[in-house]
Design a protein around this ligand. Structure first.
Ligand code: NDP
Ligand code: TDO
Length: 302
C-alpha cells in the first residue's frame, strides 16, 4: 500500500480516483480548492495549487509516494476568455506539483488531454506530435512539458471527453448533459463533425490509479476504447437509456460559434493501454452500460 496525493479531488476524475484508492487500501489525501465537496474515506486538504509555496509546503509535509495530478481549469471556452487564469491553473500549478513530486521523491501521474492535437488526422497514438490550438490546449501542452522537465520519469496520461454520473455539482459533463436533456424530452444539437474518444470516468480513474501503483512513466492514452463522432455517441446513449434518438439534431461545430477552437478529427488510440495495463480502456457499449447502471442506482437512491 502506498501514500497517494490526488489533486482536483472535488473534480470529475479526481473524486473517483480518491474513492478507488481508498477502497484499495491506500492512504489518500485529496487536494482541492475550497471546502471539501466529496464525502469518502480519504483525507482532504484545501490548497490553491497556483500558490507554489503552499504546494511545496503541503507536499513536503504529506510526503506522498505517488501523486495523481487531476486538477486543471477544464472549461475550454472559459480558458479562451481568461488566459491568465488558464495559464496559472494548467501551467504554473502543474510546475509546482511536478517540483513538489520531485522533491518528495514521488512518482507523478499528470493528466492531460486529446486537445493537445490539432484534429487534422486523429485518432492519435502516444508518439504523435502535439500541435495545440486555443488557450486550453496550449496550456495543457505546456503543463505536459513542465511535468516532463521537472518530474523526470512521470507519466503523461491523456484522456478525452470524460463522462460519469453523478456529475460534479454545477458542471454537467457531456454524458450527463445528454442524459438530463434527452431524458427531459428536449432536443440537443450534437456535433456530427467532431470525432472523439468518450471516456467513462471510473475507467479513467482506474487507469490512472494503475499507472500510479505500478510507477509507470511515459505517455499513456487513458481514455475510452471506441472512437466515434458526437452524434453517434448520442445515438448509442439513447439506445442504452431508452431515450428518443430523434431528439438529436446533427450540427456542425462551426455553427455553434464557440469561443475556443477544438480539434475535429480527434480521438486517441488505445493499443498501448489495452496491451500493457490490467485496467483496459472500455469499449463504448460496456462504458454506456456502466454509465446507465450508475445513473439508475443514483435515481433509486433518490
Ligand atoms: N472532463 C473532460 O472531458 C476531460 C478532462 N481532461 C483532463 O482530466 C483532468 C481531470 O479533469 P476533470 O476531473 O474533468 O476536471 P474538473 O473540472 O471536474 O476538476 C478539476 C478540479 O481542479 C480543481 N482546480 C482547478 N484549479 C485549481 C487550483 N488552482 N488549485 C486547486 N484545485 C484547482 C478544480 O477546483 P474547483 O472545483 O474549485 O474549480 C476542480 O475541482 C484534467 O487534467 C483535464 O484537463 C482531459 C480530457 C477530457
Ligand atoms: C460536444 C457538444 C457540445 N456542445 C456545447 C455544450 C457546451 O456549451 C459546449 C462545450 O461542450 P463540452 O464541454 O462537452 O465540450 P468540450 O469543451 O470541447 O470538451 C472538452 O473538454 C476538455 C476538458 C477536454 O480535454 C476535451 O477532451 C473535451 O472533453 O458546446 C453542443 O452544443 N453540442 C455538442 O455536440
Amino acid at each position: 500500500m502506498s501514500r497517494f496525493v490526488v489533486t482536483g479531488a472535488n473534480g470529475l476524475v479526481g473524486r473517483r480516483a480518491c474513492a478507488l484508492l481508498a477502497q484499495k487500501g491506500h492512504a489518500v489525501v485529496g487536494l482541492g480548492r475550497g471546502v471539501r465537496r466529496v464525502a469518502g474515506a480519504h483525507d482532504y486538504e484545501e490548497v490553491d495549487l497556483t500558490r507554489e509555496a503552499d504546494v511545496a509546503q503541503a507536499l513536503s509535509r504529506l510526503a506522498p509516494e505517488v501523486i495523481l495530478h487531476c486538477a486543471s481549469m477544464t472549461e475550454v471556452d472559459a480558458c479562451e476568455k481568461a488566459p491568465e487564469a488558464a495559464y496559472a491553473a494548467n501551467v504554473t500549478a502543474t510546475a509546482a506539483v511536478a517540483r513538489g513530486a520531485r522533491e518528495a521523491g514521488a512518482h507523478l501521474v499528470h493528466v492531460s488531454t486529446d486537445y493537445v492535437f490539432d484534429g487534422a488526422a486523429g485518432p492519435y497514438g502516444e508518439d504523435a506530435v502535439p500541435n495545440p490550438g486555443g488557450v486550453y490546449a496550449v496550456t495543457k501542452h505546456m503543463g505536459e512539458q513542465a511535468a516532463r522537465v521537472l518530474a523526470p520519469g512521470c507519466a503523461i496520461a491523456r484522456t478525452a471527453v470524460v463522462y460519469g454520473w453523478p456529475p460534479v455539482e454545477g458542471r454537467l459533463n457531456f454524458g450527463a448533459w445528454l442524459v438530463k436533456t434527452l431524458g427531459a424530452g428536449q432536443p440537443v444539437k450534437l456535433f456530427e463533425d467532431q470525432v472523439v474518444s468518450p471516456s467513462f470516468a471510473e475507467n479513467v480513474a482506474a487507469m490512472l490509479v494503475e499507472l500510479g501503483e505500478r510507477r509507470l512513466g511515459g505517455v499513456w492514452n487513458t481514455c475510452g476504447g471506441t472512437v466515434l463522432d458526437r452524434v453517434a455517441f448520442g445515438r448509442a446513449l439513447c439506445e442504452v437509456f431508452g431515450f428518443d434518438a430523434g431528439l438529436i439534431v446533427p450540427t456542425k461545430m462551426a455553427d455553434l460559434k464557440l469561443s475556443a477552437p477544438r480539434p475535429l478529427r480527434s480521438g486517441l488510440k488505445t493499443d498501448k493501454a489495452r496491451e500493457l495495463l490490467a485496467e483496459k480502456p472500455l469499449a463504448l457499449e460496456e462504458s454506456l452500460k456502466r454509465f446507465h447502471a450508475t445513473w439508475r442506482r443514483a435515481g433509486e437512491a433518490g
